[in-house]
Design a protein around this ligand. Structure first.
Ligand SMILES: [Zn+2]
Length: 100
């Protein structure tokens, strides 16, 4: 039969019977699902990249220099808007909370 050469797996299944055909189908499904698992792993690896980017964003926020209208409180070390500047001693600035 010419079709047997085109579909050797099917021929093998025919020789072994329908039960074996079901077994082959199950094995094929397992092989497919395992290959899908590999793909999922790849996806997870690619998903880790945005997470790494997030940590970089945190770093960017920390490194971000204070704006001209902001000051760093010398006591609580929070960068606050100049409107909250309550006291200045040389290069030291204190926010309303700390100067009170
Ligand atoms: Zn303060």
């Amino acid at each position: 039969m010419a079709t047997d050469y085109d579909a050797p797996r099917r021929n093998e299944a025919d020789e072994l019977g329908e039960d074996s055909l079901e077994e082959l189908k199950a094995r094929r499904a397992e092989a497919q699902s395992s290959s899908v698992d590999v793909d999922e792993t790849d996806f997870n690896e690619s998903l880790e990249l945005p997470g790494a980017d997030l940590s970089n964003e945190e770093l960017t926020v920390r490194v971000l220099p204070k704006q001209e209208d902001e000051f760093t409180c010398s006591r609580c070390f929070l960068v606050q808007h100049r409107s909250r500047l309550a006291a200045s001693r040389g290069s030291e600035n204190y926010c309303r909370d700390c100067a009170a």
